[in-house]
Design a protein around this ligand. Sequence first.
Ligand code: NIG
Ligand code: FE
Length: 414
Amino acid sequence: METSVDFVIHPIGQLLTMDKPGPVKGREMQNLEVVENALVAVKDGKIVWAGPEKEAPEFEASQRINAGGKLVTPGLVEPHTHLVFGGSREHEMTLKQKGVPYLDILKQGGGILSTVKATRETSEEELLQKALFHLDRMAMHGITTVEAKSGYGMDRETELKQLQVVKKANESHPLDLVSTFLGAHAITREYQDNPDALLDEMADMFEEIKEKNLAEFVDIFCETGVFTLEQSRRYLSKAREKGFSVKIHADEIDPLGGTELAVELGAVSGDHLAVASEEGIRRLAESNTIGVLLPGTTFYLGKDDYAPARKMIEAGAAIALSTDFNPGSCVTENLQLIMSLAALKLKMTPEEIWHAVTINAAYAINRGNEAGVIAKGRKADIVIWDAPNYLYVPYHYGVNHVHTVFKDGQIIFE
Ligand code: NIG
Ligand code: FE
């Protein structure tokens, strides 16, 4: 008997289903199962079958999509973005060229603080239109699920405005969004002498954010000149008590022990970790916390200390990759470019990289059961790549390899 479906995708040269128990840790990230000559069948926005074409049941399909022997993978999962912001910071490029460090620009009221000013001055509607524009760009680069942070308000009104934008974008854009409250992103002028008061003000919002279901995660920037380890511990502990999952921007520029703190707090992810200590790496490997590495940021800030991905993987940690898309430290929506940087600068293998942008990235935003995998019953979030095999995407860098993107079984880009 023939099974009726909406469409089948075939012939697929290489199919990566990523269908295994996750998060995928350590050397297991090198074991990539590649299904050759494959077929995927979709009905009502869900995957009904995926595997070798010769084993496929007879499908009565309303549509047959010719994959032309190309590579097919799950839609990419982007686990760390600062999606919602006003203005842009192209004028900082010359400062960077002159060698002014990122944290010095911030100290002078630029950097994150200049985006805070612009975001406070931008209406919710305009922020939404801007966010939708960037989401379209992410979609065309093969991303189907995105984490989005607030953090350019750092006052109640603007932070809520940003979180509302994430909510509305999730409702109106085909991509799935996961919202993070990053009220503790920098110290604004008003609080220069009393950062604890800023943290208290942000923590006072936890209840309201929870009630209105405006964020699932709470995040903080733990860094020299921003929030200390102790402040981060207190703030994130409060967030956990209020029922939030937590994330942390940790060990990005100075090694403050943020990687260890991420593990101590049971954070779902520790992000950046560029200068994580040996002890931090060891603890990360023993934990359930995912290391979200952002080599595009190291590259864009003109730094050399790329995250010790090899050490982390050899130690047994689960690693995900992200753009860190934001207006200052990494201005790109192209996760494929990050895949190339991960290969060239983090020395990650292509097999590890594909785990890091699909299944592990999904676990890094508590979507392990939903996104990043092609398997029966999952959402049909699928990318057909203009690439003959999975090695090709990180290899041929700086361009968009996407042929077709399906979100919930609908073509959203081709
Ligand atoms: O993850 N490190 C802190 N926050 C962002 C940068 C935000 C900005 O510069 O606007 C990051 O790199
Ligand atoms: Fe970030």
